[in-house]
Design a protein around this ligand. Structure first.
Ligand SMILES: Nc1ncnc2c1ncn2[C@@H]1O[C@H](COP(=O)(O)OP(=O)(O)O)[C@@H](O)[C@H]1O
Ligand SMILES: [Mg+2]
Length: 282
């Protein structure tokens, strides 16, 4: 990632900006649109795109014209560049985790200290699936990915200070930066006071609900714990409590948590009672 980043000059940077600005309108952004935005000749843009394509930063395609879109790597390098430019990140560290829909790095920020940079890649490999095609038309997966990052950042912004979530630091493109929490995922640890921890988690779900947000993908993988408490992470699937699917998602989130504690710690709580508690109907 860092090597790719260093290999970019000002012209490349302008090209990446132009692709980003136009990707909402074009699956492959035409050379003439990039040339116009950068004030550089089409021939020079074509040459630069060949280089960027070779670096796997852009995917170039000839239709009636030559056009370019981001690869996941390209979008991530672009987003990182913007984060560095605005001083949110000063150094990228090691990969902390790599999932189907994201790659997460340790990083340093002069302003915030140790942070985590999460590069989203929603819809990337499975984008050609019929269902998604129908839902999103010809929108490129990069658009979906940026939307996912934005949704996560907005949810964190809304929740931070009200519920126990990582502090959001910045969002650019497909990257969301949060402050590092020194804690482990719930599924990795054997806790000695599961009853207390379960109550703390349910209280967080209740606080998030009161703030108008349902996580939508809650499980032992998206809850961090240490001796100080619990944190809820990973919000790209979150929905507003007014969403038509809200109640279904909330119940699924709660059920995931209750099932995990029952399975792992033989702790049983009644789903209906817990739902009432969360919605403040008791
Ligand atoms: N702010 C954070 N502090 C500490 N670890 C984090 C933080 N954000 C993410 N992580 C780590 O990265 C992993 C993946 O992040 P997550 O947001 O759950 O993305 P996904 O599960 O979609 O890949 C988490 O399970 C956790 O170990
Ligand atoms: Mg996760």
């Amino acid at each position: 990632m860092i090597e790719l980043y260093r290999g970019l000059d000002r012209k490349d940077e302008c090209i990446l900006n132009a692709i980003f600005d136009n990707m909402w309108d074009f699956e492959y952004v035409p050379v003439h649109a990039i040339a116009r935005e950068c004030g550089i000749s089409e021939e020079k843009i074509e040459l630069a795109l060949k280089k960027l394509g070779g670096m796997r930063i852009t995917e170039n395609k000839y239709t009636e014209y030559l056009g370019a879109s981001f690869t996941f790597k390209g979008l991530s390098v672009f987003s990182l560049k913007r984060l560095v430019n605005k001083n949110a990140v000063s150094m990228l560290g090691n990969i902390m985790g790599e999932g189907k829909e994201s790659v997460v790095y340790n990083a340093m920020s002069e302003r915030y200290g140790e942070v985590v940079v999460k590069f989203h890649r929603v819809g990337y490999p499975s984008f050609k699936k019929v269902k998604e095609k129908r839902d999103y038309g010809s929108l490129h997966y990069t658009v979906l990915t940026v939307r996912s990052a934005k949704r996560e950042y907005n949810a964190l912004k809304k929740l931070y200070g009200y519920a126990s979530v990582p502090q959001p630091v910045a969002w650019e493109g497909n990257a969301v930066v949060t402050r590092l929490i020194d804690a482990k995922e719930l599924f990795r640890v054997k806790i000695s006071n599961p009853g207390d921890v379960l109550d703390m988690i349910l209280e967080e779900i209740k606080k998030m609900y009161a703030r108008g947000i349902i996580h939508g993908d809650l499980s032992q993988f998206n809850i961090l714990v240490n001796s100080d408490g619990v944190w809820i992470i990973d919000f790209p699937q979150s929905v507003d409590t007014k969403d038509p699917m809200a109640q279904e998602y909330l119940e699924r989130d709660v059920k995931n948590v209750l099932d995990y504690f029952e399975r792992t710690y033989r702790l049983k709580k009644d789903l209906k009672e817990v739902m009432k508690y969360i919605k403040d109907e008791t």
